[in-house]
Design a protein around this ligand. Structure first.
Ligand code: S3P
Length: 170
């Protein structure tokens, strides 16, 4: 059975949608950020502060290789996974990769009070606009995309992904 891999910018709802798909399908949800935090024994902000972003990307890359070799899981990725095209290529081999897209306003709405994302520390709105712009082409290049901008509920998004996945499995 293929994996379902959820990709997209911070605050697009990957983990929430992943949880809903897990509830509906009974497939296990593996959240990459949570696995990294658990194994490192410290939060992402602390990993960035102690070891730097490059080290975090290395942990992320290793985990992609590990998880792309599994099957039948829902994998919720970190927003920066697209920075290394090998990550997407690896996940595509064993999974349905779906990218959640959202405009800056929607993202800002969802992460306004968040303090766990080091790349958004400081002027959140400016950081979101800048990062979204610099990564836009990477998210857009993923074959399956769902624009969740302004969507009040993650339920229809989860259902769309299940519908996309179901006809091709097992
Ligand atoms: C990041 C997104 C975060 C987390 C880290 C870096 C990014 O995950 O991996 O803070 O570079 O976009 P979420 O997308 O789950 O917020």
């Amino acid at each position: 059975m293929r994996n379902i891999v959820l990709v997209g910018f911070m605050g697009t709802g990957k983990t929430t949608v992943g949880r809903l798909i897990a509830e509906k399908t009974g497939m296990p949800l593996l959240d990459m950020d949570s696995i990294i935090v658990e194994r490192a024994g410290k939060p992402i902000t602390q990993i960035f502060a102690d070891e730097g972003e490059a080290y975090f990307r290395k942990l992320e890359r290793e985990l992609v290789q590990e998880l792309a070799a599994t099957e039948g899981n829902i994998i919720s990725t970190g927003g920066g996974i697209v920075l290394n095209p090998d990550n997407i290529a690896d996940f595509e081999k064993t999974g349905l990769v779906v990218c959640l897209l959202a405009d800056a306003e929607t993202v800002l709405d969802r992460v306004r009070h968040d303090t766990t994302r080091p790349l958004l520390a400081g002027d959140k709105e400016a950081k979101i606009v800048e990062l979204l712009e610099s990564r836009k082409a990477l998210y857009e290049s993923i074959a399956h995309k769902i624009d969740v901008s302004g969507r009040p509920s993650p339920v229809p998004t989860a259902q769309e992904i299940i519908d996309l996945y179901a006809p091709n499995n097992p």
